[in-house]
Design a protein around this ligand. Sequence first.
Ligand code: ADP
Ligand code: MG
Length: 172
Amino acid sequence: MQNKVDYEKLFNYGRNIKLDCKIGEGGEGEVYKSQPIDGIVYAIKLFRLDTNNAKELERRLTKIIKEFQLFKNIHHSHLINYLYLDVPKVIESNRGFVNIKLVMKYVKGVSLSTLIKKLNTINRFLERSKVVGITRNVLHAIKHLHSLNIVHRDLKPSNIIVDEEFEAHLTD
Ligand SMILES: Nc1ncnc2c1ncn2[C@@H]1O[C@H](COP(=O)(O)OP(=O)(O)O)[C@@H](O)[C@H]1O
Ligand SMILES: [Mg+2]
């Protein structure tokens, strides 16, 4: 289990949080583990954005900031908490990724999509009780979002991380 998040420390670290290994890749960019800060590891998303198209860049940036502001105040045991968004004054691109960092709570586990694929390769399926548990966790998360008048709009197995205790956590 991870310790309590020290927001002030995270804020002070800001753009100096160092990346460790890559843990995933999706439509929006790549996700890395951070190097520990006082023993706590975070998940950091780097966004793939086209800096040559100013209008599109502004649209995506506005969406990222809006989503962060919405999610940072939502705390639920089955929702992955957004902790910090670093947006420098000057947006620069490197390998197609911009210098914006979204810092999230890191969940040690695998995405549901990876888990299903892995099981498929050995001709196995998730046990019924596990499916029920994951579904229940995700529904609790969605119910909480709906109580705040938020619609997720991107429910998919790669946005569900299953931890070592088989608890599911919804992200994005
Ligand atoms: N907070 C997190 N903790 C652990 N792993 C994560 C976290 N966020 C994302 N990941 C991993 O990174 C992968 C890619 O995430 P993301 O960029 O959001 O892609 P997608 O477009 O598929 O949703 C996820 O499927 C998951 O394996
Ligand atoms: Mg995602």
